[in-house]
Structures are given as structure tokens and as C-alpha cells.
Design a protein around this ligand. Structure first.
Ligand code: ZN
Length: 367
């Protein structure tokens, strides 16, 4: 059977990386790859599948016990490194270095997947270089980065680049409809709202809690447009802050699994890491909430301008048509600017509650 009829890698809308990885398996893979491209387009999934193929005697048959374990994230020869909070700590890299020469547990290779490789600090990156320069013949590194510009050049230059592109809108919508069993309207809305991030669009459609939070954030924006806010700016800010805190607490409380051959971190370090994880998750939720608010004001703007074909929240088309007034285009533009401005400030070390309050005061003024 030809490759096009039976692709080894199941990558949505990424023909180039799929071909490159196929060819690598045939001709003998390199020891380090950098999977680079926009967020949520399948880089992590590709890394997992390629790791399975490197370990499997049959180049990733998909059915042997090893492939099944790999698909479940339980393969003892595949270790995934994630940033603890927003950075990959030097100790995480030292753990890799220490275990580097251990033979594979049960397969022909050992694969280290480094997610968010752009979050390697200088110290971690220097420690990592040693492993990257002369790995044992059975060791492979798969680095994943949606911001490859943040990966140190000394590291990137030792990796073979696998470039991922944006997934075409039609392909993404078709996939979402079949994978999530939703209507074309919902698939289009999710794809557009998530700006082409397939992973996020998929969780928006499958994760009922996330979908409920989106509805809540949109209804806050709609209430503002109706001029019917209660509780003032502080009340609205508090509501969004509380939602983000809950998400942060859940992330902080989640147990981190320790791969085989690695020691569990001492409890003080674990607490610090839980704290960092919680902070990062809280900030991610705020970025998401403000992104949703921004999408609403952008939609009000394009609807008022008579361009409703370009709206993002296509499942709210009727409500947008009801609310958007051509005479208020300037207000919507100012509202959008206020939200974008607040979203930028989330990146700085500023009190998050104050940013939200200031934003809502401004929104109440301009709307
Ligand atoms: Zn297999």
C-alpha cells in the first residue's frame, strides 16, 4: 500500500511533517528534532507518534504492546519533560543527563520529548547541550516549541527542524465535526474563536466546563454591551478572577507523575512546583477569558460594520445582529483596544485583579 493510502502518522492537515518523519524512519533518524510551529496544530501528537515509531520494532505498527503503551503515555522508554510552571528547571535536565546511558527498558530506543523547549533557561539549556552533543546511539530527543525563536540557537542548530504550519480552516472544521460530533456551525465557531489552534478548539467542543466558561465570559461581554451591568467593574473583575483561581488551584493540586528511573522531587520542591503550576494555569485562564472578551467586541465591530460573514463566534450570530449598532462602531473599537491592552499587561508582573478592574472601568466608560 502506498504512503498516501496508509499514512503511518495521523497528523491533521500537516502533510509536510508527516512525509519528513516517514522518510526519516526509512533512511535512519537523526538523534534530535525540533518540532516547531504555531500552538495547537499537532506538534505534541506528532512527537508522541514519532517516539512510538522510534521504539517499535516495526517502525510504529500501532498495535504491538509498546505502541499501545506509547499511545497511552505509559511507555517506560518515552519520557516527557514539561516546564514546571513557566520554565524547564535545570534539575529536570540534570535528571535526563544522569539517566542518559541507561539501556532501554523494553524497546530498541529511549526517547525524551521536551515540550515547550523555548522555556529552557540559559542554565538548563547549557546542561542540555552536553546530552544533545553526544547521545548514546539508542537515545533520541524530540523538542517541541510553538515559539522556536525562544529556543537557544546552540540547541536549535543541533536539531533537525520539522516545521508545522497552520491547519487549513476547512480541514480543521471537517475534523472537528467528525471527532466531536458537532454541527458545522459549532465546528466553524470553535475553529475561528481558537484562531486555528486545533487542540484548543477540540477541548472547547469536548470539555463541557470550558464551554460553560466561554458562555459565561461571552455573557459578561454581552451584558456590558446592553449597559445592564450589576456589581460594577469590581464585581465583574472578581468573577473572572475567581474562575481563574479555581483553575489554578486544580492545576496546583494535580499530582505530577514521576517517570520510571527518576526520583521524586523533595516535598519542598514539589510544593514550589505546584505553586508555579497553579500560577501558570491561572494566568492561562485569564488570557483565555480576555481572548474571549476580545473576540466578542471584535464581532460586535464587524457586525456593526455590516461584515457579519467575518464573525468569530458564529454560534452567537443572532445575538450579535440584535446588539450591534452601526452608530457605535467607535465604542466597540475602543472596547476591543481596552481588552487587548489588558491582555498585554498580563505578561508583566502586575496585580492581575487590578488589571481586570481597570479594564472593566474602561469598558463601562466606552460602551
Ligand atoms: Zn508497534
Amino acid at each position: 500500500m502506498s504512503d498516501t493510502q496508509n499514512p503511518r502518522f495521523d497528523l491533521i492537515g500537516q502533510p509536510h511533517p508527516a512525509r519528513l518523519l516517514e522518510a526519516a524512519l526509512r533512511s535512519g533518524p537523526s538523534h534530535a528534532y525540533l518540532f516547531a510551529g504555531p500552538a495547537g496544530v499537532g506538534k505534541r501528537s506528532a512527537a508522541r507518534q514519532f517516539a512510538a515509531a522510534l521504539c517499535c520494532q516495526d517502525d510504529g505498527c500501532g498495535v504491538c504492546p509498546g505502541c499501545v503503551k506509547a499511545a497511552r503515555g505509559l511507555h517506560p522508554d518515552i519520557v516527557t519533560i514539561e516546564p514546571a510552571g513557566s520554565v524547564i528547571m535545570v534539575d529536570q535536565i540534570r535528571d535526563i543527563n544522569r539517566s542518559l546511558n541507561l539501556r532501554p527498558h523494553e524497546s530498541r530506543a529511549r526517547v525524551f520529548i521536551v515540550n515547550d523547549a523555548g522555556s529552557l533557561g540559559a542554565e538548563g539549556a547549557n546542561a542540555f547541550l552536553k546530552s544533545l552533543e553526544e547521545p548514546p546511539p539508542f537515545v533520541y530527543f524530540l523538542l517541541v516549541a510553538s515559539r522556536p525563536d525562544r529556543v537557544l540557537p546552540t540547541i536549535a542548530s543541533r536539531c533537525q527542524l520539522v516545521r508545522f504550519g497552520q491547519i487549513a480552516a476547512a480541514e480543521m472544521e471537517e475534523y472537528l465535526m467528525s471527532r466531536c460530533h458537532v454541527s458545522a456551525t459549532m465546528a466553524t465557531a470553535a475553529a475561528r474563536v481558537c484562531g486555528g489552534n486545533l487542540a484548543l478548539a477540540e477541548s472547547l467542543l469536548l470539555d463541557a466546563e470550558l464551554a460553560a466558561r466561554r458562555e459565561r465570559y461571552l455573557s459578561i461581554a454581552a451584558t456590558l454591551c446592553r449597559g445592564a451591568w450589576e456589581g460594577g467593574a469590581a464585581g465583574m473583575a472578581a468573577e473572572i478572577e475567581a474562575a481563574a483561581s479555581l483553575i489554578g488551584e486544580a492545576a496546583g493540586a494535580a499530582e505530577e507523575s514521576v517517570p520510571d528511573g527518576f526520583e521524586a522531587a523533595p516535598s519542598k520542591t514539589r510544593k514550589q512546583e505546584a505553586h508555579r503550576r497553579a500560577g501558570a494555569a491561572q494566568k492561562r485562564e485569564l488570557v483565555l477569558a480576555l481572548g474571549i472578551l476580545a473576540s466578542w467586541f471584535r464581532d460586535m465591530l464587524v457586525t456593526a460594520a455590516g461584515a457579519s460573514g467575518a464573525i468569530l463566534n458564529t454560534d452567537y450570530e443572532n445575538e450579535l445582529e440584535d446588539l450591534a449598532l452601526p452608530s457605535r462602531i467607535d465604542s466597540y473599537r475602543q472596547a476591543l483596544a481596552a481588552v487587548e491592552n489588558a491582555r498585554r499587561k498580563l505578561g508583566y508582573n502586575v496585580d492581575l485583579g487590578l488589571i481586570l478592574q481597570a479594564m472593566f472601568y474602561e469598558l463601562m466608560e466606552v460602551l
